[in-house]
Structure formats: structure tokens, C-alpha cells
Write a protein that binds this ligand. Structure first.
Ligand SMILES: *Cc1c(COP(=O)(O)O)cnc(C)c1O
Length: 362
């Protein structure tokens, strides 16, 4: 071990993304930059075609399948670049022939819709825009004449989360950028899942894409090689130089997730953290939550001060407690506490203490 294992994170980091990673993952990542697998070389200076890196990519792809309980025969896993935002166009480029159905639950969904419109007809089957995206529309009909249905599992900015996915006979595409591996799901209900790593999976720089092979090959469109999922599948996600560091750190994080008890265990902890914070929001008269109770996200908790006159006081109390990254996104203001898998329960308790201290102080 090259680094001091007692090294500690000094802040309570509630950033929405890039965001918190487990301390041991950060230490191992730092070590890999100095020396990967005691090879005398940095991870940053070895070939992506070397055995060391090919093994890393393979283990990362396998762990995604293991965690999602999907089989290698039907599904392919890719680690791509360009962020989740590139998937907004890569998805329709590859699988939209004529028409697709989209659920609009926030800024990321609307961006996905905007891109998809370049490739075909888009039906927005439901939207919660009318009430500043504070809920998840339900009981909509997924038109059967569409090539696929697209939804966003967790709305990072507004703090809402789909709790139950409606069944669909057409393929389902899901942007899981901010809650992948945070809860148990029947992943086989999805035909294409994508997630930018920098929220719950790893550092910025790579996007995981999980594709059911059967959804490909149905459009007659010519697709540039780099935008074609099949290119990357054929080359086991090594068609061009992959973002080696991001893939490695994502692998470290998935190893950590597995050794911490897997998704099931993390889901329990995530629910506990969410309960602690939402309970405080509900009992503390100084705060109110943004999202409707039944649709509240366990990952991104959005709330406001009832009276903005207390903002300065509250902000300086947060600062004194070492809490950072909880300012709300510019589009809704207020506060947003992001509590991804790596967020310790102690940090959430510290935030709640500061919130109740505000109540006692005033
Ligand atoms: C952050 C985020 C994105 C955008 O990710 P980039 O990697 O920055 O392109 C897309 N969708 C959701 C749900 C997000 O939270």
C-alpha cells in the first residue's frame, strides 16, 4: 500500500455528480496511477491492448452483468465515452426506425426527447412539466406502434424517482444515470440501459450501456462506426481507446459494491438514509420538500427553506459542519442532497443535525 489508509475525507460531500466515491476506491485509484498491479507502470501509461487492461475491461463488463443478473448470451455491456448525453442521440440513431414514445419527467428526459426528434417521430406520452416536474406521471398508455419506450429512472435535478416501471410490450430504454445499482430491479425488463458513470458508478469519463442484442439491426440507417453499438459490441468495448482510468475506477467501485453486500444491502442503506432526511424535512417547519411524497428519490433529495431570509444563516451553518454540494440545480433552486451508494449514513445524520439546529436556533 503506497498511501496511508487512515487518510480521511474531510467533507460531507453531497455533490450531484461528479460525486462521492468510497474512500477505499479513491485510495486504490490513486495507487493505480502510481503503479498498477505492481507492474512498475502507471495505469495511465499502459496500452489499452495490454493484458492488464483487457482484463480490467472484461472484469468490469462481467461485473455489470453479475450485478444486474443479466446473461451474457442476450445482453452486451459497453463502456463508452461522450457521457449519458451522447446516448440521447446514439439510442435513436441505432434503434429508432419511425416512431418512439418518451416519458418527460425532467430536464434530462427533455434533452433526450430533443435529440430523438432528429431521427424520427416522437410521442411524448406523459409529462410532469406542468408542476415543475415534482411528480412521476402514471397510468399512461405506451403506444404499441412505437419502436421503443424511453424513460428516466431517477430525475437527478428534481428529485423524483420511478418506483414502479409500467409493463410494456415494446422495448424499454432507460436512462439510469443517477440511480443505477442503488436498488434491486428486474433488469431483464429493460432492453437498453445507459448511465453516465459520474453519479453512482464511478468517475466522470465513461458511460455504461447495457443492450439486449435483439433490439439492434432493425433500422436501415447508415450509422457512423463510433455511433454504432454493433461496432463496440464486436470489439468488446475496445474498438478505439477507451477511457482507461474511468473504466478502472468504475470497476473498483463495483468490486466495492459487491463486497459491501451487493445491491440488496446498499438498497437497505439507501432507504435508511432517505428516511432519515425526508423525516426531518417533514417534521421541521423551516423546510419543505419539492417532490411529491410517493415519487421521492432515494438518491437526490430536493428541498427548500420555507423562508429564504434564513438562507444566509443556514448556508453558514452547513459550511461550518463541513457539508458541501447541496445547493439545488439552477433550474429549481433551493437545496439538493445527493446520497449515492458511497454516502455514509453519518453524513446524512450530520445534515439532519444542522437542519434541526436551525429550527432550535431561530
Ligand atoms: C447527469 C445526467 C445526465 C447527463 O450526463 P452526462 O454524462 O453529463 O452527459 C443524463 N441523465 C441523467 C439522469 C443525469 O443525471
Amino acid at each position: 500500500m503506497l498511501l496511508n489508509p487512515d487518510y480521511s475525507m474531510k467533507k460531507h460531500n453531497f455533490c450531484a455528480g461528479p460525486s462521492i466515491l468510497p474512500k477505499e476506491v479513491i485510495i486504490q485509484a490513486a495507487e493505480s496511477i502510481l503503479d498498477i498491479n505492481e507492474s512498475g507502470l502507471s495505469l495511465l501509461e499502459i496500452s489499452h491492448r495490454s493484458k492488464a487492461f483487457v482484463d480490467i475491461m472484461e472484469e468490469a463488463r462481467s461485473l455489470v452483468l453479475e450485478l444486474t443478473k443479466l446473461n451474457r448470451k442476450d445482453y452486451s455491456v459497453l463502456f463508452l465515452q461522450g457521457g449519458a448525453s451522447t446516448q440521447f442521440s446514439m439510442v435513436p440513431y441505432n434503434i429508432l426506425s419511425k416512431k418512439a414514445a418518451y416519458l418527460d419527467t425532467g430536464s434530462w428526459s427533455s434533452k433526450a426527447i430533443k435529440e430523438a426528434k432528429l431521427f424520427g417521430e416522437i410521442t411524448e406520452i406523459a409529462s410532469s412539466k406542468d408542476s415543475n416536474y415534482n411528480y412521476i406521471p402514471k397510468n399512461y398508455t405506451i403506444s404499441e406502434d412505437c419502436d421503443y419506450f424511453h424513460c428516466t429512472s431517477n430525475n437527478t435535478i428534481y428529485g423524483t424517482q420511478i418506483k414502479e416501471f409500467q409493463s410494456s410490450i415494446i422495448p424499454v430504454v432507460c436512462d439510469m444515470s443517477s440511480d443505477i445499482f442503488s436498488r434491486q430491479l428486474d433488469f431483464s425488463k429493460f432492453d437498453l440501459i445507459y448511465a453516465g458513470a459520474q453519479k453512482n458508478l464511478g468517475p466522470a469519463g465513461t458511460t455504461v450501456v447495457i443492450i439486449k442484442n435483439s433490439v439492434l439491426g432493425n433500422t436501415s440507417r447508415n450509422i457512423p462506426s463510433m455511433m454504432d453499438y454493433q461496432t463496440h459490441i464486436n470489439k468488446s468495448s475496445l474498438y478505439n481507446t477507451p477511457p482507461v482510468f474511468s473504466v478502472y475506477v468504475s470497476l473498483l467501485n463495483m468490486r466495492w459494491l459487491k463486497s459491501s453486500g451487493g445491491i440488496k444491502k446498499l438498497e437497505e442503506i439507501n432507504n435508511k438514509k432517505a428516511t432519515i432526511l425526508y423525516s426531518e424535512i417533514d417534521i421541521n417547519p423551516f423546510f419543505k420538500g419539492h417532490a411529491k411524497e410517493e415519487d421521492r428519490s432515494a438518491m437526490n433529495v430536493t428541498f427548500n427553506l420555507v423562508n429564504d431570509d434564513f438562507k444566509e444563516t443556514f448556508d453558514s451553518m452547513l459550511k461550518d459542519a463541513g457539508i458541501i454540494g447541496i445547493n439545488g440545480h439552477i433550474s429549481i433552486g433551493g437545496y439538493r442532497a445527493s446520497m449515492y451508494n458511497a454516502m455514509p449514513i453519518e453524513s446524512v445524520k450530520t445534515l439532519v443535525e444542522v437542519m434541526s439546529e436551525l429550527e432550535n436556533k431561530l
